[in-house]
Design a protein around this ligand. Structure first.
Ligand code: ZN
Length: 294
């Protein structure tokens, strides 16, 4: 079974909800970045959340970026989704290695840190993107994103995210859910949901039992109350290219390019998201300079 996201409503459209299976996506991130288990859990949870957040957006060219910048040893976490079901990301320190928490879990909260900011940038093709920033709550990512939704978008939400890493460092399972109360939600629905969410021990446990994203939602809501709307395949993919790298150089302007030609034999860069290397020769820089001058 490949990764995917399901989108649904529940309780007569009082609740909008999403669930994802993201095992292969998180495993790909682990391979690209050589993530330690703790870094893998932190980036994996973030990738899963952002993938679901992108499916909340309507335009084909909409983009969503999540930046978590805490005071913990992992540094910044950056995740981007430019298209529904396509996600990419990186962390400042992929080698962060911490002992398990008191509960015997990967200590994502300590890796991220308890002080710092969660920023969500939503670009929906307007002149300025929408940017919301909130303080980190626990560094466990799910709580922090729920707090972002509530504080910055005024949407009461519950977010559950989980990544299970095996002894060899491979991703055994990953996934999550988001549920959001829509305006005018009935009090009785809120009470039912609070009870149901309280009963879920962890997303990781559900996934480990072989539950699908659909099963996750039907275990939160009463089955007959869920209306599935859409199923979107999910994968890790980077959209970088030589062209993009060159247009970034072009955007520096002619003086900067002249400086590069004078000082360097050429320039090399490595994509943060996928590790691919790009090179621009001195001759190519001269061509770009001509373009910049026009
Ligand atoms: Zn790339």
């Amino acid at each position: 079974m490949g990764d995917y996201i399901v989108k649904a409503t529940a309780y007569e459209d009082n609740v909008l909800t999403f669930a994802a299976l993201s095992k292969d996506t998180v495993n790909r991130a682990k391979e690209i970045h050589s993530l330690t288990p703790t870094a893998c859990a932190a980036l994996g949870r973030s990738l899963t959340a952002v993938a679901m957040m992108r499916t909340m957006m309507k335009g084909e060219k909409d983009k969503v970026t999540l930046v978590i910048k805490g005071d913990g040893p992992i540094g910044s976490i950056v995740v981007v989704s430019n298209f529904p079901g396509i996600v990419k990301g990186y962390v400042g320190n992929p080698f962060v290695d911490l002992p398990l928490s008191e509960k015997g879990k990967l200590d994502v909260g300590r890796a991220v840190g308890k002080k710092g900011y969660v920023t969500v940038i939503k670009d929906i093709g307007l002149k300025e993107p929408y940017i919301g920033t909130v303080e980190i709550q626990t560094g466990e990512i799910g709580d922090d994103i729920a707090y972002y939704f509530y504080t910055s978008e005024q949407i009461p939400s519950a977010v559950g995210l989980g990544v299970l890493v095996g002894k060899e460092g491979d991703v055994l399972t990953a996934g999550g859910f988001i549920l959001q109360l829509l305006p005018g939600v009935k009090e009785e629905v809120i009470l039912k949901l609070e009870k149901a969410i309280g009963q879920i021990t962890s997303v990781t446990d559900l996934l480990r039992q072989g539950k699908t994203p659909e099963d996750i939602l039907t275990s939160i809501f009463e089955e007959e109350e869920v209306k599935f709307l859409e199923k979107i395949p999910l994968k890790y993919e980077c959209d970088c290219s030589q062209e993009r790298f060159e247009s970034a150089i072009l955007a520096l302007g002619k003086e900067e390019i002249q400086k590069l030609i004078k000082e360097e034999q050429g320039i090399e860069t490595v994509c943060h998201f996928c590790g691919k290397k790009y090179f621009i020769t001195r001759e190519r820089l001269e061509e770009l300079l001509k373009e910049a001058e026009n």
